[in-house]
Design a binder for this molecule. Structure first.
Ligand code: SAH
Ligand code: SF4
Ligand code: F3S
Length: 433
């Protein structure tokens, strides 16, 4: 059958969509680039915030209207896991609802949907690591590789542990085999994924050791990882980042709040002081390291003072960039029992204030790069300036530079000529270093 798939949410979902595609292709299906041409449309969904979920529901209804009677529409991912059969009531005529631990049933669910029989499969299987998945058959220049699934941290606001189940690590050998296969297919950069990669453990290998093994794979010139939880960031890991030349100098270390009171209520397991210590340890041991973060404003009970603690932490750490969110109540989480007492207009205002602060800091840090020559992996034509190439620095910053197409896929030196909060502009000064 012809399948079209759309993906929302985080890198985990991107990765899972690739795995689902490989599973379905190996059962004989083909993928098409437009929903109108498909027999089956699959939407991989995110439920991390209410807005993400509302957007998915709207999109599903829209797709249902767009598709002919014969085409089936199926939902996978975190909203499928969270809502299960209830989704059938929200969107009429769904062909299947398959949760995050049940992707092995997809080949069958797709067949049955084609015959007009619906499947609902949202059992939690906390040992599912998809170890019988097909080997990758294609690779881009930059690829994700999931090293662990699930999360045991239960930050009080977060739905992820509820929709992704308990944390489990894939065997290091399987991860390395997958990276080898991807590198043979052309990948030069891999990002190792887990909700909390620092607690990766397969019985013999910890995350620092896994980084070492992956770095040794031929033709992989860059290794990244996400996400690091501050409470589990070890010296061993910091040491691995500083020692291994392939591992990029970029750590995404979500802080969420700068107030100890709020951090405690969020069940984050560290204090502001501990976080600041980690940030300075990283800065000291990994010269030029980029630190990025996630911030939530308007968590239950967050006072103006708590919020100012977050602002001052941003000023103190000077992150290279940050994802910033308004708190959104997720049913079933511990924080849902607390009064969502920061008024919406106040949340919006706080969000504007953190964004403004961070944008200034990001611009200031980026402007300091003007004149420097940075290593950039050129990925291909820039979406906004198709006549130029787009790439990223080792620190993860987006760079746009005029360059001949055949440099696509190459590591080059780029002299930065202009910088804003979002993009660096530059010119290629040397070919592959
Ligand atoms: N495992 C990762 C990613 C979790 S989801 C981590 O621990 O960082 C990505 C981000 O979404 C979180 O870091 C948090 O900032 C935000 N987020 C999660 N739940 C949220 C909620 N209920 N409301 C607002 N933001 C939320
Ligand atoms: Fe959610 Fe916390 Fe787990 Fe991240 S570490 S996925 S924020 S529960
Ligand atoms: Fe969303 Fe699920 Fe990722 S809720 S953020 S897609 S783990």
């Amino acid at each position: 059958m012809k399948i079209y798939m759309e993906t929302y949410g985080c890198q985990m979902n991107e990765y899972d969509s690739g795995m689902i595609r490989a599973m379905l292709e190996s059962s004989g299906h083909t993928f098409v680039p437009r929903p109108e041409d498909a027999d089956v449309v699959i939407v991989n969904t995110c439920s991390v915030r209410e807005r993400a979920e509302r957007r998915v529901l709207g999109r599903l209804r829209h797709l249902r209207g767009l598709l002919g009677r014969d085409a089936a529409l199926g939902v996978v991912g975190c909203v499928a896991q969270r809502m299960g059969g209830l989704l059938m009531r929200e969107v009429r005529g769904l062909g299947f609802v398959v949760g995050t631990d049940s992707y092995s049933v997809l080949p069958e669910a797709v067949e049955r949907a084609g015959e007009g029989v619906a499947t609902i499969e949202t059992e939690t299987r906390s040992d599912e690591i998809y170890d019988r998945r097909p080997a990758p058959s294609r690779a881009g220049l930059c690829e994700f590789v999931s090293v662990a699934r699930g999360c045991d941290n239960f930050c009080s606001y977060c739905i992820v542990p509820h929709v992704r189940g308990r944390e489990r690590s894939r065997p290091a050998d399987a991860v390395v085999r997958e990276v080898e296969a991807l590198s043979r297919l052309g990948a030069r950069e891999v990002t190792l994924l887990g909700q909390n990669v620092n607690s990766y453990a397969d019985g013999e290998t910890d995350f620092a050791r896994l980084l070492e093994r992956v770095s040794r794979v031929d033709a992989v010139s860059r290794v990244r990882f996400a996400t690091s939880h501050p409470k589990d960031l070890t010296e061993r890991l910091v040491d691995a980042v500083s020692r291994l030349p392939e591992v990029c100098e970029h750590v995404h270390l979500p802080v969420q709040s700068g107030s100890d009171r709020t951090l405690r209520a969020m069940n984050r397991g560290y204090t502001r002081r501990r976080y600041l210590e980690l940030a300075s340890l990283l800065r000291k041991r990994v010269p030029g390291v980029a630190l990025t973060t996630d911030v939530i404003v308007g968590f239950p009970g967050e006072t103006e003072r708590d919020f100012e603690d977050t602002l001052s932490l941003l000023e103190e750490v000077r992150f290279d960039s940050a994802f910033m969110f308004r708190y959104s109540v997720r049913e079933g989480t511990a924080a849902a029992a607390l009064a969502d007492d920061v008024p919406e207009p106040e949340k919006i205002q706080r969000l504007e204030r953190v964004i403004e602060t961070q944008k200034r800091i990001t611009s200031e840090l980026n402007e300091r790069l003007v004149g420097e020559v940075l290593e950039v992996l050129l990925e291909g034509p820039s979406e906004r300036n198709p006549e130029k190439l787009f790439g990223r620095t080792r620190t993860g910053k987006a760079v746009v530079a005029p360059a001949p197409r055949d440099l696509s896929g190459e590591l080059v030196g780029v002299r930065i000529t202009e910088a804003s909060a979002w993009t660096l502009h530059g010119e290629v000064v040397e070919g592959a270093p």
